[in-house]
Write a protein that binds this ligand. Structure first.
Ligand SMILES: NC(=O)c1ccc[n+]([C@@H]2O[C@H](COP(=O)([O-])OP(=O)(O)OC[C@H]3O[C@@H](n4cnc5c(N)ncnc54)[C@H](OP(=O)(O)O)[C@@H]3O)[C@@H](O)[C@H]2O)c1
Length: 247
């Protein structure tokens, strides 16, 4: 009876994660949305064992309230604290507000700061507060949803560097994965595994109609990778079919 927590699920990749996970009645799912999000599509795919909670990852207080609700209302049994913990944490919420042709000599600091809040500080606080609330299993598997644009190695080789602000935040997210993978084990979750994943170029609002793959294919691939993660995969960067990506 695994418990999944998916952050950012009213549309896009997060919605498809919930759709595929909800197909199994054994899965308990914690699915988050922003307070003002349109939940219509999410409510069509959820299972009876899905809990929809509010979480705006750009707001530290919102993440704090969310983690308290997870610990008190979802994981705790009627008789008090329960042994139920989150087995899989998927942080999918993200934004790309960068113009595609913006280069590093014309960086918009306000836009960068907004993207950092959602793409880096949000994932950091989600994990921090869930660890603090003892909401994660000792062998929890965590995906930070990164991007090929966050790979310093791939960007260095690419003749077409684009979305500079977004790529900076995803590179920072990759560095966060490295720190979290070590820090979470030091906090006693001795078999925890934290990875970054590149979903590929996927047909969502962010990816656009011209993207290469359907969300269904990307998510099926990433769930296979997630379920196959071994302890020694901690602090790795994977593509949606399990190939290792360079940092
Ligand atoms: N699609 C691609 O080709 C692609 C490629 C590489 C990486 N990625 C990464 O994959 C992840 C999912 O992308 P996507 O394609 O599903 O994007 P999307 O279609 O634009 O959906 C983004 C999701 O993130 C949520 N979100 C945005 N800001 C949030 C906040 N402050 N708090 C909570 N949720 C928030 C959105 O909720 P609202 O509706 O409330 O805004 C929405 O559910 C992102 O991290 C993205 O960077 C995507």
């Amino acid at each position: 009876m695994p418990t999944y927590c998916v952050i950012g699920t009213n549309r896009g990749l997060g919605l498809e994660f919930v759709r595929q996970l909800a197909a199994s009645p054994d899965n308990t799912i914690i699915a988050t949305v922003r307070p003002d999000a349109d939940r219509t599509d999410l409510e069509k795919v959820v299972s009876p064992t899905t809990h929809i909670l509010e979480c705006d990852t750009a707001s530290v207080p919102s993440v704090h309230i969310f983690s308290n609700k997870v610990a008190r209302n979802v994981l705790a049994g009627a008789d008090g604290p329960s042994t139920t913990k989150i087995d899989y944490l998927i942080v999918s919420a993200g934004v790309n507000g960068s113009p595609s042709d913006q280069d590093s000599l014309a960086l918009n600091p306000v836009l960068l700061s907004e993207q950092m809040a959602v793409n880096v500080v949000g994932p950091a606080k989600v994990l921090e507060f869930l660890v603090d609330r003892k909401a994660l299993s000792s062998s929890v598997r965590v995906i930070n949803m990164s991007s090929g644009l966050g790979s310093v190695a791939l960007t260095a080789e690419s003749p077409a560097r684009k979305y500079v602000g977004y790529s900076l935040t995803k590179a920072a997210l990759n560095m966060l994965t490295v720190h979290q993978g070590h820090d979470i084990r030091a906090r006693g979750l001795s078999q925890a595994v934290v990875v970054s994943m590149d979903p590929g170029w996927v047909k969502t609002r962010m990816g656009g109609e011209g993207a290469q793959i359907e969300a269904e294919v990307s998510i099926a691939g990433m769930l296979k990778v997630l379920h196959g993660l071994k302890d020694e995969d901690n602090v790795s960067f994977f593509g949606n079919n399990g190939e290792r990506k360079p940092w």
